[in-house]
Every structure is written in structure tokens, then in C-alpha cells.
Design a protein. Structure first.
Length: 252
């Protein structure tokens, strides 16, 4: 699991481990790392059987990865990236953030980096030229905290995480405001290495995730995550993210 999810919640991890162990018929080890790069490296090399990653690394390593399942949030397997600023920031649109100290989540995050990088590239801009300074917090919650605390004047954050925090940490969210919402994009998926395509455990994992909403322990996990469930989705769900990658590549 990568930091995009509320993975430091011991109650959540406990219910998830119990659910998966029950459905897969044996012990399940949950592996967490600080960065997307660390988890992606473990996944692509086959050192872990599956991972909840982001659409950006999925697109980057699509030739080596299979989709297992994609979360459903607000009725669809989609989410947005938000550009946020401090609550007292008065700007009309994203161009007003020029010269800010800006907080990104992770260099391999779609919502926490790539979407903003693409927006700037479309306007012939680089982050280091548009912002006075930018840094990575390695966690979407940390982006919100940085903006709320004044360590950054603006930030790029996962809209799903932001909206969950609106429910769980409303006082923190009230110290920030949304400046821009991106188009709807493929929600960060669960993926597995293509080398394990015939592994019965991966198939069992997919079935467990897709049926999670119908299971008592699974519903506890979904309720904590504020998700509706999981779907088996086609790779084309992430074509928009792939197009972002190409825009950034062409701009340089």
C-alpha cells in the first residue's frame, strides 16, 4: 500500500488483513512504504503479489502490470486532483498561484504531481519556473497539513483524500480552499505483476475485492475508506492519465 490511502490507520489495516486472510484462505502480509517508487519497484519485480498503487505508475509500467480491481467512489471508479491554497488566499484561478511555495505529494503521483505538471506543460511552463519553490511531502494528508500550517502557500492533492479529510479532519480542511478541480480520472487501482497472471492467489484477490461490499468484514474496510466497493476495470480507464504522461514527455 502506498501513502495515497489512510494506511497509518491501525483499525483499517486490521480489518483489511482479517478480510483478505479469510477470503484467500491463508495469511496475508500488508506491506507499506513511504514512496510510490518503493512499492512499484517491489511490484514490478514480483517481490509482492499485488499493490494498491496510483494511475501514474500503472501507466508507466503498464507492460509489466495487470489490473486487479479499481475502487468505486461516489458511484464511479473515478476521482479528481485538487489544487488547494490557504483559506485566506484570494485568487481567481490557478494562474494566481504563480510565485507560491507549492507542496506536491510524490513525484510518481498522478493527482499529487502529474496533473499539475501537465497543466503547466500545456501552458509552456515548468514547476520550477512557475512556483518560487516546490517540495514533496510524500503523502496527500501531508500536503494539506503543509498548506494549512503555512509551510506551503498551495498544494496538489488527491481529491478523494481531501474529501475524506473533510469528514475526518474538518478543522484542518477549513484552513484551506480548493482553487481548481481536474477532470475525472481513473481511481488509483490495485495491480499485480503480469508474471503472476496465472497465479490463483491473484484471481482470489480480485474476487475478494469485487465482492467486498457483500461481506461484513469487507464493509468495515469500505466504511473506513469511504468507498462504495471495487470493480474489475479495463486498462482504457487510465488512457487520460497516459495522455498526461505524453504531454509532459513532449514538453520536456
Amino acid at each position: 500500500m502506498t501513502p495515497v490511502f489512510l494506511s497509518n490507520d491501525l483499525e483499517l489495516l486490521g480489518h483489511l488483513q482479517t478480510f483478505l486472510s479469510s477470503k484467500l484462505g491463508g495469511p496475508v502480509e500488508l506491506v507499506t512504504r513511504r514512496t510510490y517508487q518503493e512499492i512499484t519497484a517491489l511490484l514490478v519485480s514480483g517481490e509482492i503479489h499485488s499493490a494498491w498503487i496510483c494511475g501514474y505508475p500503472y501507466v508507466q509500467f503498464k507492460a509489466n502490470l495487470d489490473l486487479v480491481a479499481t475502487p468505486v467512489w461516489l458511484g464511479r471508479p473515478l476521482y479528481q486532483s485538487y489544487l488547494i491554497a490557504s483559506a485566506d488566499c484570494v485568487v481567481e484561478d490557478w494562474t494566481g498561484l504563480k510565485g507560491d511555495v507549492h507542496a506536491f505529494s510524490d513525484p510518481d503521483s498522478n493527482s499529487g504531481f502529474l496533473v499539475t505538471r501537465t497543466l503547466l506543460a500545456k501552458n509552456k511552463l515548468l514547476p520550477e519556473a512557475f512556483f518560487s519553490r516546490n517540495f514533496f511531502t510524500y503523502g496527500h494528508r501531508n500536503v494539506v497539513r503543509a498548506v494549512a500550517a503555512g509551510l506551503a502557500q498551495s498544494g496538489s492533492v488527491d481529491g478523494y483524500v481531501y474529501e475524506v479529510m473533510r469528514q475526518t479532519e474538518p478543522d484542518l480542511i477549513r484552513q484551506t480552499r480548493i482553487v481548481r478541480q481536474s477532470e475525472w480520472l481513473g481511481f488509483p487501482p490495485v495491480a499485480s505483476p503480469k508474471s503472476l497472471a496465472s497465479d490463483v492467489r491473484v484471481k482470489a484477490l480480485q474476487q475478494a475485492l469485487v465482492s467486498m461490499k457483500d461481506d461484513t468484514e469487507g464493509k468495515k474496510v469500505l466504511d473506513l475508506l469511504r468507498l462504495d466497493g471495487f470493480l474489475a476495470t479495463a486498462p482504457s480507464l487510465f488512457d487520460t492519465i497516459a495522455a498526461e504522461v505524453e504531454i509532459v514527455r513532449q514538453f520536456g
